[in-house]
Design a protein. Sequence first.
Length: 288
Amino acid sequence: MHARVAAATTAALLGGAVLILPSPHAKAGGRITAPLVVAHRGASADAPENTLDAIDRAAELGFEWVENDVQRTSDGRLVVLHDASLARTTDVEEVYPGRSPWNVRDFTAAEIARLDAGSWFGPRFAGAKVPTLREYMERVSRNHQKLVLEIKNPELYPGIERQTLRLLSNEGWLDPVHLRDRLIVQSFSAHSVRTVHRLRPGITMAFLGTPPVARLPRYAEFADQINSDHRSLSSDYVSAVHALHGPHGPMKVFAWTVDEPATARRLAGFGTDGVITNVPDTIRRALR
Ligand code: G3P
Ligand code: CA
């Protein structure tokens, strides 16, 4: 059993700007002793997922770490959206009837910019946009936040790894400060994780999944983290990951998507290093 410390992050509102103080994890010298709380797709229980509103809401709640999903338009622009299709989280079916199944990769960035990505969640968010990754990075930077960036469906977007790195570099996110503790790149595709690691070995990489323990050493060659569905985790599995060294030190485990307080506490008991959640404030309270 690992010792527990409060994981609260303090935020102060100063003239409209959000000041977020470092969490205890940022200064922990050795093994993290309380799970880091990551806002999944932003504070996605309070605001439409993967929008700028969702990361602003996470900042208002005092959360440094947000997670997103990156895909590519038909004309080669990177945008932030979870599903391969625009249908669930935008009004694309009304704006572009007849273009089923409304996949991101079949629309230009200009077409996607016309969509409303907020009304489905609530009238208060009408007019919210699908952000481009550039817009998203600028807002995360302005909010002084940190990012778990997921390369989503990379098999649909050849070369998306190199393109994402180019954009991150242009936005100043591949400098030593950001690489030290502001950026994690993850994917369900081991090939994609390995590719990013090969292109920029300084980036903290995470594989999304729960590989068999016997295969973990192979993942440790290119990943620093195993980010698993919480239902697949056990204390023994977390310990098996912790026993390995990734490219930058002892490997870690983040669990998703952890929205129940009891689940968060159970995972904390396993020594899980991070929990990715739609309800970060609820989980922060549960872990105090
Ligand atoms: O961050 C982990 C989690 O986002 C993976 O699942 O489907 O929500 O992208 P999904
Ligand atoms: Ca994701």
